[in-house]
Design a protein around this ligand. Structure first.
Ligand code: HEC
Length: 152
């Protein structure tokens, strides 16, 4: 009786172990395959993420500075990237007053020159492209930019 029971237990245990083994090698294979697919897709994924970060596809960016390339790009590059990287602009979002305050601060403390009649043009450019993000509606995430649909 006891021998029979322990035999039953052992076979069940053995079966469970086998199943576990099979399961874990399947998960390992799935994991490996997933990793391979992901690494193969990496360039495409980072391109999509770059698009999302850089904004809609229709906006052109200057490849040297990353700044939005419109008719005032040359002026802004000349006046605003002489002392530091354009990244200081790219990573900020200010209102018109906020940008003006930054310019005044640089003039007070960082020897930024008087921008003269280029100042309003530069402010227009900064607010247009690097103003506070406009919310279309509250309470939800922003709609995804540049979605690339694919056929299932
Ligand atoms: C005369 C040199 C000079 C010029 C030209 C200049 N800046 Fe600056 N700016 C600086 C310095 C110096 C800093 C401080 C950098 C740091 O913190 O590492 C700075 C910082 C900044 C910052 C970050 C401010 C903060 O709160 O941290 C922004 C934004 C900025 N500049 C935008 C501009 C814009 C826009 C223009 C064009 C109108 C411009 N800069 C032109 C010298 C300059």
């Amino acid at each position: 009786m006891f021998a029979k029971a322990s035999l039953l237990f052992l076979t069940t245990f053995h079966q469970i172990m086998r199943m576990k083994l099979v399961n874990s090698s399947i998960s390992l294979a799935v994991l490996l395959a997933g990793g391979l697919v992901l690494s193969a897709l990496r360039p495409a994924i980072s391109r999509t993420m770059a698009n999302a970060v850089m904004g809609a596809d229709s906006v052109k960016h200057d490849p040297n500075t990353g700044l939005v390339a419109d008719e005032h790009l040359t002026l802004v590059v000349a006046q605003c990237t002489a002392c530091h990287s354009s990244k200081l602009i790219l990573q900020n979002r200010f209102t018109r007053d906020g940008w003006k305050e930054k310019i005044r601060w640089m003039q007070r403390t960082q020897k930024l020159w008087d921008l003269g009649e280029t100042e309003p043009v530069i402010l227009d450019y900064l607010v247009k492209h690097y103003g506070p993000e406009q919310k279309t509606f509250d309470g939800r995430r922003k709609p995804l930019p540049a979605i690339q649909w694919y056929k299932l």
